[in-house]
Design a binder for this molecule. Structure first.
Ligand code: HEC
Ligand code: HEC
Ligand code: HEC
Ligand code: HEC
Ligand code: HEC
Ligand code: HEC
Ligand code: HEC
Ligand code: HEC
Ligand code: HEC
Ligand code: HEC
Length: 314
């Protein structure tokens, strides 16, 4: 039944076809020929009676292929496991005549695959369609044709994207802007892998903007910076609205992940005409431009609980 479903999804996905660098003989096929062949193979359903053994007759010399047996998909200890069922063909589709010289195509994955991301993904989703995957369909990654196998390595003892110490590398291999930001002077401890992209982002998508793990930006920040939640007697409107008005969560050349330095940061919203003339800086110092600028006096920028803190000064 699952394969009937996969086939249906497969046929309906014309999708983006990436140019292939790979030497497999069917790379000469046109898209239509490739899809027609794979469709026929599914319809015929000619699975190899010997499963993995028949594949390994030709593919056992590849260390990468063999590494599947060191990973979760190579273990036969769960009845959901590929190895407990169709084995290699649970992912790569029925062998058909592929073993006759390797000329007939198999379903292939990864950046070199000619198949659309959604066609590749439907294979994985045949087994992985639980609650964790609920938001995948509407996620930006799905809409941008990112494949499961762009992030996940299944022919591997340990999938690097599942490891806290290497997940940032996978994400930043595509996200160069965030990679540059996280290496700036002020940043979350991402470059030391003490924090990861998935502390704030759900990799399979979520109901919130930017695939955040929490419903809003502020809720995401409060999950670690609880003291900023308040409630405060005197609140500062932009703080309760959206932390990223002033901060870049990925990093900045300014202190404290600030998008701009004071006074410019503040002057986006507060005109300082009139105010400056009423403040008398100490002789020899420039309270506005020097030191922490506006924060020299308005130090409780996230809100104040002092009875006379309405100007965020205490
Ligand atoms: C008679 C030898 C032979 C057998 C048996 C065989 N293959 Fe292949 N396979 C090949 C050849 C040749 C190629 C094309 C050259 C290459 O990419 O290595 C290939 C390519 C592939 C590819 C594509 C690799 C890529 O980079 O696109 C996959 C996937 C694959 N085979 C899976 C399987 C599976 C699964 C089985 C068992 C059901 C199997 N093969 C059985 C010879 C074989
Ligand atoms: C859980 C799904 C799954 C199973 C089971 C699976 N593969 Fe793969 N295979 C993949 C994916 C995904 C890739 C792309 C590379 C990667 O993710 O590491 C791949 C890549 C390959 C390649 C291309 C390798 C290369 O050098 O680029 C071959 C050949 C292959 N698989 C053969 C097999 C054989 C033989 C088996 C059974 C022993 C098997 N696969 C079992 C998903 C699977
Ligand atoms: C035939 C069923 C089947 C297919 C097809 C399948 N998987 Fe799995 N997958 C499993 C099982 C079983 C497990 C281990 C049990 C579990 O944790 O759910 C697993 C676990 C995983 C995990 C967790 C790994 C870990 O280290 O804990 C990831 C990630 C994953 N699969 C990705 C994929 C991707 C990507 C594909 C498509 C290329 C795929 N799977 C295809 C059955 C499948
Ligand atoms: C943008 C990268 C990325 C993509 C694309 C992606 N994943 Fe994941 N996946 C992850 C990360 C990171 C984790 C670990 C989650 C965590 O630590 O919270 C994960 C975890 C998993 C797990 C383990 C159990 C779970 O749900 O937490 C499975 C299974 C899985 N992914 C399957 C898939 C499938 C199937 C697809 C394609 C439909 C896919 N993934 C696409 C990054 C990705
Ligand atoms: C294969 C490339 C690739 C990988 C790997 C990848 N992404 Fe993406 N991601 C994209 C593309 C393409 C987009 C859409 C364009 C953009 O916003 O850059 C995107 C968008 C996003 C967005 C914006 C989502 C939205 O709804 O606005 C977030 C957040 C994100 N990725 C996080 C991650 C995280 C976290 C990881 C690692 C677990 C990751 N990405 C791995 C390609 C990738
Ligand atoms: C501390 C939480 C946090 C961490 C850690 C984090 N992000 Fe984000 N990210 C956010 C927030 C919040 C937004 C929304 C920003 C906005 O609305 O301006 C965002 C937005 C994004 C976007 C969309 C950018 C756009 O212009 O639409 C991408 C892509 C992204 N993050 C990738 C990453 C990657 C990759 C990592 C890991 C290197 C990462 N993020 C780590 C909080 C975080
Ligand atoms: C998973 C936990 C976590 C989340 C979520 C989180 N932070 Fe942080 N934040 C940290 C840690 C850890 C530090 C570093 C503390 C240190 O170095 O002493 C930090 C530091 C900071 C700093 C000071 C940076 C510096 O240069 O000293 C700012 C500003 C900040 N976070 C803002 C935010 C904002 C805005 C959000 C929401 C978009 C957010 N954080 C979400 C954990 C988190
Ligand atoms: C109006 C601009 C603005 C907004 C909005 C804002 N901050 Fe800040 N934040 C600052 C400034 C300025 C500093 C530097 C404070 C200093 O130098 O005393 C700072 C510093 C920080 C720091 C590091 C120093 C400390 O006080 O712990 C954290 C963490 C932080 N902000 C988190 C947040 C969070 C979480 C939010 C959203 C709830 C937020 N900020 C909203 C301006 C802002
Ligand atoms: C995104 C716009 C924005 C930014 C940036 C911003 N503020 Fe505000 N600020 C406001 C708003 C809106 C109020 C509430 C005004 C009101 O209630 O009349 C406010 C109130 C204040 C107040 C309380 C005085 C009053 O009229 O209630 C002070 C003091 C203040 N801000 C200082 C700062 C400083 C210092 C910075 C820079 C670190 C800053 N603000 C950055 C929008 C901003
Ligand atoms: C030397 C201390 C000091 C510095 C530096 C300072 N302020 Fe003030 N600020 C005050 C005092 C005292 C008041 C209340 C008296 C008044 O209204 O002049 C005030 C009032 C305000 C108010 C309330 C509305 C108003 O104009 O009365 C805002 C908004 C404000 N400051 C923003 C800023 C911004 C933005 C900066 C940086 C460009 C800044 N302040 C720098 C001391 C300072």
């Amino acid at each position: 039944m699952r394969f009937v479903l996969q086939l249906a999804i497969f046929i309906s996905c014309g999708g983006l076809l990436l140019p292939s660098l790979h030497a497999a003989p069917w790379n000469d096929l046109t898209t239509d020929e490739l899809e027609a062949t794979l469709t026929q193979k599914f319809a015929a359903g000619e699975y190899s009676p010997k499963g993995a053994d028949s594949c390994l007759m030709c593919h056992r010399r590849s260390e990468k292929v063999m590494a599947i047996f060191d990973g979760v998909h190579g273990q036969g200890n769960s009845n959901q496991s590929p190895m407990a069922g169709l084995q290699c063909e649970a992912c790569h589709g029925p062998q058909g005549n592929h073993n006759k010289g390797g000329k007939e195509p198999m379903i292939s994955f990864g950046p070199d695959s000619k198949l659309s991301a959604s066609a590749q993904n439907s294979v994985c989703q045949g087994c992985h369609n639980d609650a964790q995957q609920m938001s995948w369909h509407s996620s930006t990654h799905n809409l941008e044709e990112v494949a499961c196998s762009d992030c996940h390595q299944v022919h591997s003892a340990k999938d690097p994207v599942m490891d806290k110490l290497t997940v940032n590398d996978t994400c930043s291999s595509c996200h160069s802007k965030e990679k540059a930001d996280m290496n700036k002077r002020s940043s979350h401890p991402l470059k030391w892998d003490q924090m990861t992209c998935v502390d704030c982002h759900a990799p399979h998508g979520s109901m919130s903007e930017s695939a955040l793990t929490k419903p809003t930006v502020n809720d995401t920040c409060y999950s670690c910076h609880a003291e900023k939640r308040g409630p405060f007697l005197w609140e500062h409107a932009p703080v309760t609205e959206d932390c990223v008005t002033c901060h870049n969560p990925h990093g900045s050349v300014n202190n404290d992940l600030l998008k701009h330095r004071a006074p410019q940061l503040c002057q986006q919203c507060h005109a300082n005409d009139g105010h400056a003339s009423r403040v008398v800086p100490e002789p020899g110092s420039d309270a506005f431009g020097g030191g922490k600028s506006c924060l020299n006096c308005h130090s409780q920028i996230h809100g104040s609980n002092h009875p006379s803190g309405s100007l965020l000064q205490r």
